[in-house]
Design a protein. Structure first.
Length: 315
């Protein structure tokens, strides 16, 4: 047994010596291993700047109207206030601060202008006890820009719904003092009726007169003409535009910006003129009929509704 312990001790010593004297191999770089780390949700806000790109397409400006590319806006009334802008309008040949003014078979008064909801309304109303200092009768309004704006040449446009009823008509027209001159020429001033609507009482009521022209006063020397009478689709319930382009050589008349006619009658006015909106009344005749027939026939007269008046000049 003692001998066995001696032998085991000798073997253990030899083994330790062998381990201590084993040559050391130089280290080698471990092979490169590429791994993919799975993405996880960040636990904090990202450190990069957030994207400034919109999540939806940005709104775009409405396309420009090629028709108006030749012009620049010089004057307008959009009727966006709650009352008539008296810095732009006054009574047509009467003072807004005065009493009712008799015009043909009716009366005009400033309080017949009703502005609201983005439009101007001019009604036709019978007042049995009178209105605005006037007697019993039919009331409406005529108003112009005479004291605030006038222009020579350019493009003049109204967007409106025509008033319904016999014996009444609306108009969009231009005027100046020179119309009264009797000299055989309209170059010093011509009444220019861009449109008039006297045909409700006829069988073919959906029509307007376009391009009525008058010069040399309103007496025996008066000279007048008109470009034409044209149909309009549902003019008493639907907005349409009625307009005129005026240059030194001719007048060009439009409905919904479609040319309806041209004229050089009178030589073409060469002077500034002011803008007029009006509703007038008649007691009989072939022009517009008789406003009193609306009661007899059960016709409800409707308002003249104006969305805007705009005037442009050539660029």
């Amino acid at each position: 047994m003692k001998l066995l312990k001696i032998i085991l001790a000798i073997l253990l010593c030899a083994l330790q010596t062998l381990i201590l004297h084993k040559p050391v191999q130089p280290p080698v770089d471990p092979p490169t291993v590429t791994t993919t780390t799975p993405q996880t949700e960040p636990t904090t806000e990202p450190t990069t700047e957030p994207s400034t790109e919109p999540t939806t397409e940005p709104p775009t400006e409405p396309p420009t109207d090629p028709f108006l590319d030749r012009f620049v806006l010089t004057w307008s009334d959009e009727f966006d206030d709650e009352a008539l802008d008296r810095t732009k309008w006054n009574g047509h040949y009467f003072n807004f601060n005065g009493p009712a003014y008799q015009r043909r078979a009716g009366y005009w008064h400033v309080n017949m202008a009703r502005v609201g909801d983005g439009v101007l309304r001019i009604p036709s109303v019978y007042y049995e006890s009178g209105f605005g200092g006037g007697p019993a009768g039919y009331y409406s309004l005529g108003m112009d820009s005479r004291n605030s704006f006038e222009q020579k040449f350019g493009y003049f446009e109204v967007r409106c719904i025509l008033p319904k009823g016999e014996g009444l008509w609306s108009s969009f027209w231009l005027m100046c003092q020179g119309v009264a001159n009797v000299d055989g020429s309209g170059r010093d001033g011509t009444e220019i009726d861009i449109y008039e609507s006297p045909y409700y009482y006829t069988a073919n009521k959906n029509r307007v007169l376009v391009g009525g022209l008058n010069y040399d006063g309103y007496g025996a020397d008066n000279r007048n003409s008109h470009v034409g009478i044209h149909p309009v689709d549902d003019p008493y319930d639907t907005f349409h535009t009625y307009s005129m382009e005026w240059n030194e050589n001719e007048y060009i008349f439009y409905i919904d910006r479609q040319i309806k006619g041209r004229s050089t009658f009178g030589g073409v006015s060469q002077v500034p003129q002011w803008v007029i909106l009006s509703v007038e009344h008649a007691f009989g005749g072939t022009w517009a009929g008789d406003i009193r027939n609306n009661i007899i026939n059960g016709v409800e007269m409707t308002d003249f509704v104006v969305d805007y008046v705009r005037v442009y000049q050539y660029k």
